[in-house]
Each structure stands twice: as structure tokens, then as C-alpha cells.
Design a protein around this ligand. Structure first.
Ligand code: G3I
Length: 355
């Protein structure tokens, strides 16, 4: 059983759980009462250590970027699937759920699209969704159909070419979900966004958008709360967002969880490591308990945006400095303080339920 420990191991952010002889550190998918996943590029399948950890810890995998348009759509409009096909095969061979990310994103519009006239633009928008989703129909448990539709400051919808060329407002979002439902009726369809807990105004706008889409009959099954957590948000913000989100009755996916120790605002970081690790513990504790307080039917799962610290986008240039610790396993595949906080909450919950 994991016991909250100090930072007993090498590397910042490592926990020192009290490993039992039989099971040094319970795998995350065993600890977690709901599906536990991670994001990965297909290149990690060539790392035997990563493969062993993924087989042990994960019940779901999201392609980190190789199901995005930037990878699939080629300049001439053709599509390539070699990398996501490798990840799909690995998931099939290992009984791991496969989750698609993402079909429509303001940040990724290939140049060939921009030159299309109105009717061709709409037809190509639909074709892309149909072709990509049908390829994995029957395997994909769900998709982030539209990613990051809300403006950075939460002041409304983000302007983007999709909206501009497909009728303005929420029309492009509705169209994407309707096409997605036709392409793979078995897949759960999610609207995904970030800073929903870090920025309460953005979280509120996001939930109002989902409510409006539902009232218009849009086939949305779930919301993706990316949860790239800001260590300095006020306690209770995560719980408040999840409680408000729960009122919509949809599945909730903590879809890109990490909690960087670094500031991303360019200001000098005067916080000491112990403070930052304590904040990671506090936020993971709040997030996990608030998620467990959701109705079981709404607990779609957690996905961390890397399995190990070393696998994270936050370690890659230009951000990466090799010392950040932001997920549940350190560079050596051992539990970090975030794992420890998560394990402490879920094991106490299990005890309460079996008492
Ligand atoms: O692997 C290639 C490398 O061979 C090539 O030399 C290099 C330069 O072109 O590119 C490398 O691929 C990059 C890939 O990350 C792997 O590092 C892509 O250019 C780069 O665009 C891609 O960035 C991804 C980004 O989304 C944009 O798709 C990140 O990995 C991924 O972590 C990030 O994830 C996003 C979510 O989709 C949405 N929420 C925020 C999250 C973090 O930004």
C-alpha cells in the first residue's frame, strides 16, 4: 500500500511510497477505479522501458500528436496513418483503450484547405472527419472532435478559419460532431479545452458553450478538461469546475493532465521546490477527490500527457530544461509525488467504500 512519503528518491518530485515486497508500486490502472491513460507518440513503442511501463500502468492511450491534421494531412490533400496505426495495433495487442485526438483544432489548418472555395471547403471538412474516424471505427473508445474552441481569455468563441468558412459561431462545431456521429456511431464524442479550472471565466464560457450545443441537438457525449495544471491556482477551483461540469450530465475526461514545476509566464520563479511539490500534491488530491465525487457514469477517466516525466512535451525544446517533474512517474518509471497523492486518495476511497 502506498504511504505518503517524502522525496526519498533521486530526481525532483519523486515520492518514496512504502512498496510492499509483492507489488512495489501498484500499477496506475490497478490503483485507479476509472480508466487511466497517457499520451504518446508512436516513437515510444521503440523504447522497451516505455512499452513495459505502458503495459503495466495504462488502460488507455491517446496519440500525442500523430492523429492531428499536422501529421495526417499532406500538402497535396492526401492522408497518412502509419504512426497512429502503430499505436492502434499496440493498443489492440495489449487490451488498451484507444482514444482519438483530435479532428478539428483552430491551430492546425493545412495550407491546401485555405485555397478551397466554399462548397469544396465544406465537403473536404466533412471528408476528413469521415475518412479518419472510419479508419479506427470499432476500436476508438472516443474522440476529441473539436479542440480548444473557447477564446484564451474565456471571452467567447475563438476566431478561426473553420468558423469563418463554415457559417460562423458554433456552426463548425455542430457540423464536426454531426459528421463524427455518422462516421463512427460507437465512439464517444468529446469537446476538449484547457485552463477550464485554471481560469474560472474560461471554464464558465466552455460550459455555457456545451449547454448551447446540447440545446441545439449536437451529439456531444463528453467534455475533455485538459488539466495542464497551474500550481498557483486557488484551492477549490478544480472542485468547483468539476461540480459545475457534472450538472451537464456528460462524461468527463481529465484529458491531458500534467502539473509543471516551471512558470510559463516568463517571470522569475522564486518558489522553492518543496512548495511546488506540495502544490502538486494538493492539486492532484483535490482533482482526484472531485473526480471520484462525480457519478460513476461520468467518470470517463484520467489521461496524463506523458507516462514519465522524460516523455513530456514540457521536457522538449524550447521549454525543456531536463529538470521538470510534471506527471505520475519519474524518468526511471518510479512514482512521483503526484502518483503518491493520487494513490493516497484512491486507496482511502476504496477503504471507505469497503468499510
Ligand atoms: O517528431 C518530429 C521531429 O522528427 C521533427 O524534426 C520536429 C520538427 O519538425 O517535429 C517533431 O514533431 C513535433 C511533435 O510535437 C513531437 O515533438 C511536431 O512538430 C510538433 O508540432 C508536435 O507538437 C505537439 C503539439 O500538441 C502540436 O500538435 C506536441 O507534441 C503535443 O504535446 C501538443 O499537445 C497539445 C494538445 O494537442 C492540445 N493541448 C495542449 C497540448 C500541449 O501543447
Amino acid at each position: 500500500m502506498v504511504v505518503a512519503g517524502g522525496l526519498g528518491m533521486a530526481g525532483c518530485g519523486s515520492a518514496s511510497p512504502n512498496p510492499s515486497s509483492s507489488n512495489p508500486w501498484p500499477p496506475l490502472k490497478t490503483l485507479s477505479p476509472f480508466p487511466f491513460g497517457a499520451a504518446a507518440p508512436s516513437a515510444y513503442l521503440d523504447d522497451p522501458d516505455w512499452v513495459e511501463l505502458a503495459q503495466s500502468h495504462l488502460s488507455q492511450i491517446t496519440p500525442e500528436w500523430e492523429l492531428n491534421r499536422e501529421y495526417i494531412a499532406q500538402e497535396d490533400g492526401s492522408l497518412r496513418f502509419d504512426a497512429p496505426d502503430r499505436l492502434a495495433a499496440f493498443c489492440r495487442q495489449n487490451g488498451i483503450r484507444f482514444f482519438g485526438h483530435c479532428l478539428v483544432w483552430y491551430a492546425q489548418i493545412m495550407p491546401y484547405f485555405r485555397g478551397l472555395d466554399a462548397s469544396l471547403f465544406a465537403a473536404e471538412y466533412d471528408r476528413y472527419i469521415q475518412v479518419v474516424m472510419r479508419r479506427y471505427a470499432g476500436q476508438m473508445v472516443g474522440w476529441n472532435v473539436v479542440n480548444e474552441a473557447v477564446a484564451e481569455d474565456g471571452g467567447g468563441l475563438r476566431d478561426c478559419l473553420w468558423s469563418e468558412r463554415l457559417g460562423g459561431g458554433v456552426a463548425y462545431i455542430r457540423r464536426a460532431f454531426e459528421q463524427a456521429r455518422l462516421a463512427d456511431p460507437a465512439a464517444l464524442l468529446f469537446l476538449n479545452d484547457y485552463n477550464l479550472e485554471n481560469n474560472p471565466a474560461k471554464g464558465a464560457t466552455f460550459l455555457k458553450l456545451v449547454e448551447k450545443l446540447l440545446k441545439l441537438g449536437t451529439p456531444i457525449d463528453g467534455i475533455g478538461c485538459q488539466s495542464h495544471l497551474d500550481l498557483d491556482i486557488a484551492d477549490g477551483q478544480i472542485r468547483t469546475f468539476l461540480r459545475n461540469a457534472s450538472d451537464l450530465g456528460l462524461r468527463i475526461h481529465i484529458s491531458e493532465l500534467d502539473a509543471s514545476l516551471r512558470r510559463d509566464d516568463g517571470k522569475p520563479d522564486l518558489r522553492n521546490l518543496d512548495y511546488k511539490i506540495a502544490r502538486q500534491r494538493a492539486l492532484i488530491t483535490e482533482l482526484t477527490q472531485a473526480f471520484l465525487d462525480l457519478p460513476a457514469s461520468q467518470q470517463f477517466g484520467f489521461t496524463t500527457w506523458a507516462l514519465r516525466n522524460r516523455d513530456s512535451w514540457l521536457r522538449r525544446p524550447p521549454r525543456g530544461d531536463g529538470r521538470d517533474s510534471m506527471v505520475f512517474l519519474n524518468d526511471h518509471g518510479q512514482p512521483t509525488a503526484m502518483y503518491d497523492a493520487f494513490a493516497t486518495v484512491v486507496t482511502h476511497q476504496v477503504k471507505r467504500q469497503t468499510a
